[in-house]
Design a protein around this ligand. Sequence first.
Ligand SMILES: [Mg+2]
Ligand SMILES: [Zn+2]
Length: 242
Amino acid sequence: MTMRPWIFTGPSASSRDPARDPGDGLPDAVLFDRDGTLVADVPYNGDPARVRPMRTARAAVDAVRARGIAVGVVSNQSGVARGLLTRARVEAVQRRVEELLGPFAVWAVCPHGPDDGCACRKPAPGLVLAACARLGADPSRSVVIGDIGADVAAARAAGARGVLVPTPVTRPEETAAAVETAPDLLAAVRLVLGPAPGRQQAVPDPERPEPGPQWPEPGPDPQRRERGPDRSPTAVRTAAPS
Ligand SMILES: [Mg+2]
Ligand SMILES: [Zn+2]
């Protein structure tokens, strides 16, 4: 098996809506984990009939699309390496997810196993980097939303922003270690999109020396975003429930 990820490109594989203001501070791309994030986690699922969206998934993905931001999926599918899934089964599930949640500009899938030593299986950055490359998105202006520590670790390794949306199966230590968490997918998306358009902007903080970019610097230190002077007023550690 090749050690490259599988990349599936949708009809709109560009990261930036030309109508968008280039200085709007919004991400180039928002990449979602699949299992346990967009849809309920059914281990090694190759059956489209068993695809069940998470509660706020459709609203969350639509909210990102509505701002002209590319949406993608980054998904480990080690069932392929284990002989439990075929590429055709993975694609059949993808089609069902798109029927339920609408089209994604890119799907980046790691078909390898944990011991294959590939560069794409999360927490490695390969899926995030490949998805961003396909979209023409800058990883440092992109976001990964997922349900386990490997998702946010992959984001960090790629220089992207990671937001954890814990589920009952998320380990407490992973939730505790996450820089940013949200109670559900829609809350996570609101966190990364900031105030809705037309709403009054937050009053500038007089403590801030001067206006800076809203986007936090990527860095190896997960605490850095907590302390950074450029932190957006909306980027609180834990989002309100939607
Ligand atoms: Mg997951
Ligand atoms: Zn891989």
